[in-house]
Unconditional design. Structure first.
Length: 378
């Protein structure tokens, strides 16, 4: 005879054509259900749902953009995407739809772009998604990180739209000191308009010693950014070195300390040479810090109604910890943490809230997955 749990899994599979049987795990908020939509992606990095909710765009770090349907159907790579520098941590990275996508069909991408002398940097661009979902039309670059200093590390990068502006969270290109140098884009958050132009009210507009696109600085390698749906504030998270991953709520013109202030040390076990302590005068302390680095990547607030146990929670992917971190919020305060998906042993690169109220997770692997997460509440 079949066990009741196996019968339930088989029924769940039959109810949603194309989806694998759900795996189930006990959590503090009920039974977590995990269904694999695909495992046919090469190092996927991010996803964005198309209107209608049954299809999404997914980036693969080698440079491919694909359409994935909830039944597991995966398109051929779309034409018209930019040439990317797909080495080490570089490649095709974040994807976001224009807030006015249903009118303009614009898709925004970040990626590593090659420069001179073998160095590279982060770029952002946009193109129109064709009606048949086969290509990006008239792709144009709207931002280039200057100068290009990366040897394959610390590109960031995440995109977040907010009331007519676009934030781009960048990395320091593994060049620590540049995060404190306002004449360089390294280690900063960029604020531009969707067409790439610079808002007049950016904090360093008009200064000869600073780049006008910079919103905040002193960051290391930001791979999570999202607008808090209850307050409208931008939240980002940042990889520490060995220890000291952190969440920040970046404000206009402020310094977030790296590398002068850090809770981490070098991977060699030695102190960061420039560090003066965990905090320094003139720099903002982190909103939240992990003394042992989970290697955070991806960020999503849960403001759907589908799963009551997740409401007003923040979800963060973890690469080194191979988990999805659930954070409970009281206002802006983080009051509790739970690590999910540990039994799977997968590097979680991104997490997004779907229009159906499920969470969708991207795993970073040569056979990378998109997983659908739900909750059977107690």
């Amino acid at each position: 005879m079949l066990r009741p749990s196996l019968i339930a899994a088989l029924c769940a599979t039959l109810a949603v054509p194309g989806l694998q049987a759900a795996e189930r795990f006990d959590t503090e908020k009920g039974t977590l259900t995990v269904r694999e939509i695909t495992a046919a992606l090469e190092n996927p990095w991010s996803l964005a749902f198309l209107p209608g909710g049954d299809q999404m765009l997914v980036t693969e770090r080698p440079g491919r953009l694909r359409v994935l349907s909830l039944d597991g159907t995966l398109s051929e790579p779309l034409a018209g995407t930019p040439e990317v520098h797909a080495q080490r941590q570089g490649g095709l990275l974040d994807v976001q739809l224009s807030p006015d996508f249903e009118q303009d069909r614009m898709v925004y991408l970040t990626y590593a772009e090659a420069g001179e002398n073998g160095n590279s940097g982060t770029a952002a661009g946009r193109g129109r998604l064709s009606d048949d979902l086969s290509r990006l039309e008239n792709f144009e670059v709207i931002f280039r990180q200057q100068p290009k200093l990366s040897d394959g590390l610390h590109y960031g990068s995440r995109l977040a739209f907010d009331e007519g502006y676009l934030f781009i969270a960048l990395g320091d290109n593994n060049q620590r000191a540049t995060a404190q140098e306002l004449d360089k884009h390294q280690g900063s958050i960029i604020r531009i308009r969707p067409d790439g132009s610079v808002p007049d009210d950016n904090p360093f507009v008009g200064r000869d010693d600073a780049l006008a696109e910079i919103w905040s600085y002193g960051h290391r390698n930001q791979q999570g950014a999202a607008i808090n749906p209850w307050t409208g504030a931008l939240w980002v998270h940042d990889h520490g070195p060995r220890g000291g991953d952190e969440i920040n709520l970046p404000e206009m013109g402020k310094n977030y300390g790296w590398p002068l202030a850090t809770h981490g040390i070098n991977y060699s076990g030695q102190p960061i040479p420039e560090a003066k302590g965990q905090t320094v005068d003139g720099a903002e302390p982190p909103h939240h810090v992990w003394m042992q680095s989970p290697a955070v990547s991806g960020m999503a607030f849960y403001d759907a109604e589908r799963f009551e146990g997740w409401q007003r929670n923040l979800f963060v992917g973890a690469l080194a910890d191979r988990s999805l971190i659930r954070l409970e919020l009281d206002g802006d305060a983080i009051i509790h943490e739970e690590r999910l998906l540990k039994p799977l042993g997968k590097r979680v690169r991104d997490v997004r809230l779907g229009p159906d109220g499920f969470l969708y997770v991207v795993t970073d692997d040569a056979s990378g997955q998109v997983l659908q997460l739900g909750l059977e509440q107690q």
